[in-house]
Design a protein around this ligand. Sequence first.
Ligand SMILES: Cc1cc2nc3c(=O)[nH]c(=O)nc-3n(C[C@H](O)[C@H](O)[C@H](O)COP(=O)(O)O)c2cc1C
Ligand code: SF4
Ligand code: SF4
Ligand code: FES
Length: 597
Amino acid sequence: MPEIKMHLLVCCGTGCISSQSDRIVESLKTALKNRNLQDEVKVVLSGCFGFCEKGPIVKVAPDNTFYVQVRPEDAQEIVDEHVLKGRKVHRLLYVDPKTEEHIADSKHMGFYKKQMRIALRNCGFIDPENINEYIAQGGYQALGKALSEMTPKDVVEEMKKSGLRGRGGGGFPTGLKWDFAAKQRGGTKYVICNADEGDPGAFMDRSILEGDPHSVVEAMAICGYAIGAQKGMVYIRAEYPLAVKRLRKAIDDARATGLLGEDILGTGFSFDIELRYGAGAFVCGEETALIRSLEGERGEPTSKPPFPAEKGFWGKPSNVNNVETFANVPVILTKGADWFASIGTEKSKGTKVFALAGKVNNVGLVEVPMGTTLREVIFDIGGGIRDGKKFKAVQTGGPSGGCLTSKHLDTPIDFDNLIAAGSMMGSGGMIVLDEDNCMVSVAKFYLEFTVDESCGKCTPCRVGNKRLHEILEKITQGHGTEEDLTLLRSLAQTIKDTSLCGLGQTAPNPVLSTLDNFWDEYEAHVREKRCPSGKCKALLSFVIDPEKCKGCTLCTRVCPVGAITGKVREPHLIDQETCIKCGACASTCKFDAIVKK
Ligand SMILES: Cc1cc2nc3c(=O)[nH]c(=O)nc-3n(C[C@H](O)[C@H](O)[C@H](O)COP(=O)(O)O)c2cc1C
Ligand code: SF4
Ligand code: SF4
Ligand code: FES
């Protein structure tokens, strides 16, 4: 049999598949066959590389060449030039936005240089649908080690020593949580994986499940052994069909290989996993609501205590962990807690995956050691602000988080530093905003989401957040008063203090953080009836400068509502009552005579 000399890794994560990467797989196979190379070069369907914006991605191993925005029609050229002649296809290489240099090796790309992949270690590296590839990368060694060399208590102690904290938002120490569940008496216990991933823009859990589902399957089995559970459940949103398909296959393959089910690896330990589907309600990601939903009830949170570790699914002790948290577990057991604890900051160990989005040059999934600064993530990995604009803020933590400013850019990212700065880690959403973003509108946007997603069980969240939203709407419409600003703060604080679950307790964070960090913008809206970034339409006006207007009449012809009047070759005038602020006149005027105020 000929030896495989080269691998062509084609990203088949949701992002790249939506740009036909599955067709690239087929085209590459055909192109290889055309040159009789099908036995020497293997095409591998892989998980997400994180740089989805530049997808579809094809990576060549072993030389690490990273091709971006590949189309099925490029397949023959890649085979003929790169595989046959060893010449890289220049036009498909990544171009650095700052230097405009073509970069071939992903190791030298700004996007990857400061990243460290632990949770995403196998994503983009192995075929997620092939258990043997996971095993070849050391997969299931941790489970084997736990079952044959460690007691359940040893496993819990190792997790505690590693300092791993939950990646689902709360940052609770994982080892401690396992310890609570392990210490509960009684027969049946459950391991629950929270794959609900409701934060808008976050997709790290989906990418892990699509790119490396066995890491979660293995971790759940390890957790089952540590806490004394035989049954695992993954609560996954049904809108993730590819993740569902790959996870289901991973569970079936693990069972067929004797790594799940009865008497795993002949050790007498039995554990199996079942999938349950969520319908996409944000609140169902909250662990008590998730458990109610698993039980077939309405997904509403309940007060804690009792915590799920004491009384969870069907009243039995249940350990709930997030997908990314679980993905860290196997590697902690194989490489050791000390290794993991050596990465990160004093109280936040390991790495964190962020979904970097918004006004940055490089958008995608990035995994960095805890302690990396916001500046490094936004300017080194993210490549800085798009179109040469000025950085204004970064929103971390999704709808529960807050907006930080340039004074926070050198803050090392960890659970505690982000909270101290007035935001939070959340599940890892990171949205960069520039000078054109209105911070009052940003707060309103997030609140709109939480108002929609509130389950309505408790009054502060159901009614209070709606009132908060109404006040913000009033301010952006130009009717805000000084009293509204005082009311915003006190109402936000009351909602935080009195809501039942994390959704209500954190929903006012975007309002409070923008009030703290962008007070001048609120003042401009309220006192001067002005939106400094020109985003709030109601506060905008388009005015014609009579000095510059030549009376060419072009603007009168583009105005959809006939708001502009004037005689030929005489300065024109905009009727502010009729104007709908569409901006068509300003972008049409050849003499820059129409200004936005
Ligand atoms: C409104 C709300 C939504 C949440 N959504 C998620 C989610 O989608 N995924 C998740 O893992 N945790 C979510 N959480 C956190 C969970 O309640 C829970 O803390 C987490 O699953 C525990 O796992 P961890 O310790 O590994 O982070 C949410 C919390 C709240 C309050
Ligand atoms: S805080 Fe909001 S989401 Fe949570 S229980 Fe109350 S109404 Fe429901
Ligand atoms: S902004 Fe639009 S509606 Fe207003 S004057 Fe210009 S073209 Fe007409
Ligand atoms: S889906 Fe292909 S790089 Fe993310």
